[in-house]
Design a protein around this ligand. Sequence first.
Ligand code: SF4
Length: 223
Amino acid sequence: MSITRKWSNKQLRAIEILIRLKRLYPDAKCSLTYETPVQLLVATILSAQCTDERVNQVTPELFRRFPDALSLAKADLSEIETLVRSTGFYRNKAKNIQAACQMMVEKFDRQPPKRMELLLELPGVARKTANVVLAHAYGINQGVTVDTHVKRLSYRLGLTEHTDPTKIEKDLMRLLPQEDWENWSIRLIYHGRAVCKARKPDCAACQLSELCPSAIVVSSASG
Ligand code: SF4
């Protein structure tokens, strides 16, 4: 479906999408369970290639055994592996969690640093994880979190032509006000889960359809 002339300006369209997403999901928040910035960082590392629900099933016991950076840094690696096994890629994730915690203990006062370039020094931390931690643990919008939902929906909504997360993030940072960068991601994730699913987007029920060049509208005339 082509969008009307009114919405041909990409930036105005992005802002209108943001306004509607805020209306649709007023209470959207990070769905990972955590109590501290370290725990959010660990949960976000675990969420790679895994659902937040699954991560939330393993973190209560993980954080009961190892609640902070120091205890994770000193833990028996095989015990971390066992605790996070069901999240997939568990050996790599456990290794990165421990190495990141060791670096936080040695260099960053046992906490995730508050600057992007320092967060990116931590093993297993790329921009997605760094953006989540900065936004939700510290209230700092330094980038746009691009996960699988944000990637898919931003592309379908015609706001990027890229598939590489770093390039998508740059496109979105140009289109959206900085104070709304995380508002965008968190609400788009909700919309991706509820309506614009990977295999079967429900365009007929979608409140963004008039703003979306990918909307599939089934005509009722044939019936
Ligand atoms: S109109 Fe369809 S493709 Fe576009 S955002 Fe909505 S559900 Fe996704």
